[in-house]
Design a protein around this ligand. Structure first.
Ligand code: ADP
Ligand code: MG
Length: 274
């Protein structure tokens, strides 16, 4: 019997429906339809509303699972979110600007870059991880990695004559967060895979870097001057640059603590000591 022959009053074979929903890969509808159907019957929903509600459940659950997968693959350090980032400690960083970047619509479309300068302990990693998390929650794909770890992987790929493929595989990420750029060793081979990555993503896919030295010092970090200049050029061409000109947050927090009780409110003091 096909459904064309069915009468409205015929009972539904729940077992068969369950199998069909599994085959169609609609696990959420399969899970929620009995309760929803009972409610729809009781409240007299039109059929279209029932169907729309089922579809919404499936779509919402899929989006939730996708975000979960993307959060997983992003390898973000735990706990470093925008909520836990104290913007008052970095008055030169505009919260509104960071929130606009976290929405991620335009700059990621354009493959623009983000460069966060600041001394060690200034909050660069925290801010970039927090931005990464917000972007994943907004449906983008992100990879957070220490620069040396990624460079090592790319060097292995090159040894296996698979560098191009390895770089292409990173295209699925709208944003690569290369943390601790300055701790790369001065090895020519290391920098050349990094610069190839930068060249490949240029104006297509975004990179975020967190150098603790200004570009002027890069000539000392990287061996090949011409290659370094070209890479810096590509990085800054479509880039937002954020300067975190603050003393180490940890150091300031420690000084705070030492001052002991009776001090003014933590936040205000941290700001004033900057
Ligand atoms: P950097 O990457 O610039 O060396 P981190 O982001 O690792 O600095 O910051 C060092 C520590 O201080 C981290 O534990 C971080 O969470 C914390 N921290 C730094 N800046 C802030 C801030 N503005 N608000 C809250 N925590 C911060
Ligand atoms: Mg860091």
């Amino acid at each position: 019997m096909t459904s064309h022959d069915a009468k409205a009053s015929d009972p539904v074979d729940a077992g068969r429906l369950g199998l069909a929903l599994s085959e169609l890969r609609l696990p959420t509808i399969k899970a929620v339809w009995p309760d929803l159907a009972a409610r729809a019957d009781k409240e007299g929903w039109p059929a279209a509303r029932f169907l729309a509600t089922l579809a919404e459940h499936e779509a919402a659950e899929r989006a939730r699972r996708r975000t979960e997968r993307h959060l997983d693959e992003a390898r973000l350090p735990p706990g470093e979110t925008l909520d836990t980032f104290d913007f008052e400690a970095v008055p030169m960083v505009s919260k509104a600007r960071i929130m606009a970047l976290a929405a991620g619509l335009d700059w990621l479309e354009q493959g623009a870059n983000l460069i966060v300068f600041g001394p060690p302990g200034g909050g660069k990693s925290h801010l970039s991880a927090a931005l990464g998390m917000a972007l994943v929650e907004n449906g983008r794909r992100v990879l957070f990695t220490r620069t040396t770890d990624l460079v090592q992987k790319l060097q292995i790929a090159r040894r296996d004559l698979a560098l191009e493929a390895a770089i292409a595989k990173l295209d699925k990420y709208h944003l690569l967060i290369l943390d601790d750029l300055a701790y790369l060793s001065k090895d020519q081979a290391e920098t050349s895979v990094l610069f190839e990555l930068i060249g490949s993503r240029y104006a297509r896919r975004s990179i975020m870097i967190t150098p603790n030295q200004p570009f002027g010092e890069w000539g000392k970090i990287f061996p090949d001057q011409a290659m370094t200049l070209a890479a810096v050029d590509r990085l800054v061409h479509h880039a937002t640059i954020i300067e975190m000109n603050v003393e180490s947050y940890r150091r300031r927090a420690a000084i705070e603590k030492k001052r002991g009780p009776g001090r003014p409110a933590g936040r205000a003091t941290i700001k004033n000591s900057a």
